[in-house]
Design a protein around this ligand. Sequence first.
Ligand SMILES: Cc1cc2nc3c(=O)[nH]c(=O)nc-3n(C[C@H](O)[C@H](O)[C@H](O)COP(=O)(O)O)c2cc1C
Length: 198
Amino acid sequence: MTSGTHAIWQQDLLQALALNQAKPESKYVQLATVNTLGLPEVRTVVFRGFIENTCKIVIHTDQRSGKVEHLQAQTDIEICWYFAESREQFRIAAKAELVDQDNADQRNLRSEHWSQLSDAAKSSYFWPQPGQVLGLNQPEFEQQVNVAPETRNHISEHFSLVILDPYKVDHLQLTSPYHQRKIFELHGDDWRHRQINP
Ligand SMILES: Cc1cc2nc3c(=O)[nH]c(=O)nc-3n(C[C@H](O)[C@H](O)[C@H](O)COP(=O)(O)O)c2cc1C
């Protein structure tokens, strides 16, 4: 059950993005992974868009970050996205694919995303390994995070995309006088949906 090139839930999400576009935080999404001990870990990431003509969601991350190790062992993730202006939540279960520097199929997509980053964002991919103990004194640290333009013009080896391929979407709207909640599930190539009690 698709309509045009968009999965049906994607139209709701695109509408939410449009309604909330004045709020920069509407692009912030909570991404939950399962760590190698089987425990949940959640953090905020930035929604970077859909892959053209699909409902696959792109986010960026540092290949050295903890979540990458989780995704290598467990590709199922969930994201949770709240839109304050329109008062609605999307919980999206998806399979995650990592696109690192060795991924030849998505080389162009990775370069495109790199070229759209601000200089500050590019620089962060040359910083010391995230999550490690701060091993430098302040001047050393400042020198290392002050990345030269000629360095950041090349794609950092640490820059990775995470492509999320959704298979279940739970859309809750805090409408008045009662809330509305829909579940969308992928069956083969078809998205089916049903309304459930909120
Ligand atoms: C507003 C905001 C946006 C963020 N965006 C990203 C992002 O797009 N990608 C990312 O990897 N981390 C992002 N972070 C940092 C993560 O929340 C997290 O601290 C970091 O990725 C390390 O997480 P990990 O150790 O679980 O991998 C963002 C943090 C905040 C507060």
